[in-house]
Design a protein around this ligand. Structure first.
Ligand code: GTP
Ligand code: MG
Length: 326
């Protein structure tokens, strides 16, 4: 574990940390991420420094129902890219582990074979309840990883619905993983996941009914609308042995080519930049301005009026905003 860091580091030490992290120092990278998570001002400083250096890596989302083999598959993918000499960042969003229990620990154990490799950076993130918060925190981590010249960033999410759909915005290629024997596999995918898949993976192909599951997915694809020129692939794998992984990696590379040619990559289109600016504004207000106002004298004055029931909290809030504009 990284050494404990001070909550508010100086600008100078933050700049040094940033420099080290962007040069590939994994320990500095993980400290930088903690700074960004814990200190809103540091976060802004970090993200504003790296903003134009993001969008260069290939971001791959891996989602699907609990226990279908996502982490095992991600480990195989990472090993494949390492053989090609690529640098990889992995963000594992822990699904508060209700179904499999202790999945975070599981991820750590399974990914240890990657842990000693300087070309791989792994960050686990607990969901801490709030879904929107996860997507935001993941976005920050992906940006930091991209800026530190990772060739590939792989994001594993729980497959619980909304967070996966939000994370779709971050990824170039999205894999939706399922496995036979999870009950009604197709039903599990229907909860919003069907639409976001560029590639479907039927993992645990060593089990009975894998072919049937693959066929069901095929027919669902045939029935659904073709999305902007790419028809989703269906690939069978056995993540535990690596069987089928080569085929999967080819499909990912093909999708990356397609995305490059068709400008579906995360680039700096004016729409995206505008959305980023609006998000930045919201976050600035939430994380910094609102807290500063809550600590101000003006707030204290109005609060004493509210407490005396001479004013209600809504009017008080509006008055505080009005004062900002003066
Ligand atoms: N038979 C078989 N078992 C597999 C395969 N892939 C993974 N498993 C096993 O399935 C279990 C769950 O694998 P994980 O990789 O942790 O699955 P996950 O989707 O990451 O799980 P959560 O993160 O908890 O949602 C483990 O015991 C794996 O060893 C496979 O292809 N075949
Ligand atoms: Mg997992």
């Amino acid at each position: 574990l990284p050494t404990r860091i001070h909550k508010h580091s100086s600008k100078k030490s933050l700049d040094q940390l940033l420099k080290k992290a962007l040069n590939g120092d994994r320990r500095a990278l993980s400290q930088l991420m903690s700074e960004s998570e814990n200190d809103p001002k540091a976060r802004i400083r970090i993200l504003s420094r790296i903003y134009w250096d993001t969008g260069k890596g290939h971001v791959i989302g891996v989602t699907g129902p609990p226990g279908c083999g996502k982490s095992t598959l991600v480990t195989q993918m990472a090993k494949h890219y390492r053989k090609l000499g690529k640098r990889i960042g992995i963000v594992a969003v822990d699904p508060s582990s209700q179904v499999t229990g202790g999945a975070l620990l599981g991820d750590r154990i399974r990914m240890t074979e990657l842990a000693g490799d300087a070309g791989v950076f792994i960050r686990s993130m607990a969901t801490r309840g709030h879904v929107g918060g996860v997507a935001r925190a993941t976005e920050d981590l992906v940006r930091i990883l991209e800026a530190s010249s990772m060739d590939y960033v792989i994001v594993e999410t729980a497959g619980a619905g909304q967070s996966d759909v939000e994370i779709k915005d971050l990824t170039t290629t999205t894999l939706v993983v399922t496995a036979p024997g999870l009950g009604d596999e197709i039903q599990a995918l229907k909860a919003g996941l069907m639409e976001i898949a560029d590639i479907f993976v039927v993992n645990k192909a060593d089990k009975e009914n894998a072919e049937l599951t693959a066929q069901q997915i095929h027919s669902s694809i045939m029935m659904s609308e073709k999305k902007n020129g790419w028809s989703p692939r269906v690939i069978k794998t056995v993540a535990t042995t690596g069987q089928g992984v080569t085929g999967l990696m080819e499909a990912i590379a093909q999708h990356a080519d397609f995305a490059n040619k068709n400008q579906h990559r995360r680039n700096f289109q004016s729409e995206r930049v505008k959305a980023d600016m609006v998000k930045a504004l919201n976050r600035y207000f939430q994380d910094i301005t609102a807290a500063e106002i809550a600590n101000s004298e003006a707030f204290a004055k109005l609060f004493s009026k509210v407490r005396a029931k001479k004013l209600d909290p809504f009017t008080a809030a509006r008055l505080l905003i009005d004062q900002l504009q003066e």
